[in-house]
Design a protein around this ligand. Structure first.
Ligand SMILES: NC(=O)c1ccc[n+]([C@@H]2O[C@H](COP(=O)([O-])OP(=O)(O)OC[C@H]3O[C@@H](n4cnc5c(N)ncnc54)[C@H](O)[C@@H]3O)[C@@H](O)[C@H]2O)c1
Length: 273
């Protein structure tokens, strides 16, 4: 542990696996206690990859505890505002404070524009936009009440800066997250709370597993040149969750204390292509 977040408390959604787990472990290694939330169960029908499980969330608990920090984990759907707020309130009562929010939970679904149903459009917006808003609203008051300021990090995507072809709903949702970070930053700044968005390119997580690659390949067949619109400048196409956790850790720490309302790409340059 290096202590960049010594004795702080971070609330992280989507923490059962993938990037959310990497953020939990990374922030814990830097000295933070963790409030971890994940649905840890069935994702909406439009999602072509496997859902996270209670065992995944338990593994995150094990990994955080192995760092020597405390973690309070619960299975909650970020679409359920009351449940989320209760989980945060209970955990803050136990851990004593809240300093950092990482709104990371999200879903994606590759579908051509004319295959997106009203139900799948609503599901993606409900989780990625309303769920992200719920996450901030469930924790921001606790940071303000602490009187020490804090950092809120919203996980958007390259699709929140440029776009992701064959994902009108996902692209719309991630652009909304980009704007949400700026708008919260404007109002929460007077409480010394910074709000930034992070924009990963492709990351090696379960979101790219299951039938996801087949669904992307099928969608790309409609307009093949779209397969190249997020070509990276750097040799590696796919980041690891820990690469994104490095950026999240920097934004959570005082090293970024003058950075707010920023959209931080961690995308190998792909959104500039
Ligand atoms: N993997 C990528 O290539 C990539 C690229 C850019 C952005 N992102 C974004 O990064 C974030 C993390 O994704 P990941 O790659 O770790 O994927 P992932 O599917 O492995 O992890 C997402 C986690 O969020 C949880 N979750 C989903 N809906 C939820 C809900 N309603 N309530 C609570 N938890 C819920 C899932 O159970 C899962 O554990 C997402 O917001 C995603 O859109 C991913």
């Amino acid at each position: 542990m290096t202590g960049r977040l010594a004795d702080k408390v971070a609330f992280i959604t989507g923490a059962a696996r993938g990037q959310g787990r990497a953020h939990a472990v990374r922030l814990a290694r830097e000295g933070a206690d963790i409030i971890a939330v994940d649905i840890a169960g069935k994702l909406p029908a439009c999602v072509p990859y496997d859902s996270a499980t209670p065992e995944d969330l338990a593994e995150t608990v094990r990994l955080v505890e192995a760092t020597g920090r405390r973690i309070i984990a619960s299975a909650n759907d970020i679409r359920d505002f009351d449940g989320l707020r209760e989980a945060v309130d209970d955990a803050v009562a136990s851990l004593g404070r809240l300093d950092v929010i990482v709104a990371n939970a999200g879903i994606s679904s590759p579908q051509a524009w004319n295959e997106i149903t009203p139900e799948s459009f609503r599901d993606v917006l409900d989780v990625n936009v309303t769920g992200t808003w719920n996450t901030v609203m469930a924790g921001a008051r606790q940071i303000i009440d602490g009187g020490r300021g804090g950092s809120i990090i919203l996980i958007s995507s390259a699709a929140g800066l440029k776009m992701q072809p064959f994902m009108v709903h996902y692209t719309a949702s991630k652009h909304a997250v980009t704007g949400m970070a700026r708008a919260f930053a404007a109002e929460l700044g007077r409480h010394s709370i910074r709000v930034n968005s992070v924009h990963p390119g492709p990351v090696n997580t379960a979101m790219g597993g299951g039938d996801m690659v087949a669904a992307v390949t099928k969608a790309n067949e409609a307009i093949p040149q779209m397969a190249h619109v997020l070509t990276p400048f750097l040799p590696e196409w796919v980041a690891q969750p820990e690469d994104i956790a490095d950026a999240v850790c920097w934004l959570a720490s005082d090293e970024s204390r003058f950075v707010t309302a920023a959209a931080v790409p961690v995308d190998q340059g792909s959104t500039q292509f």
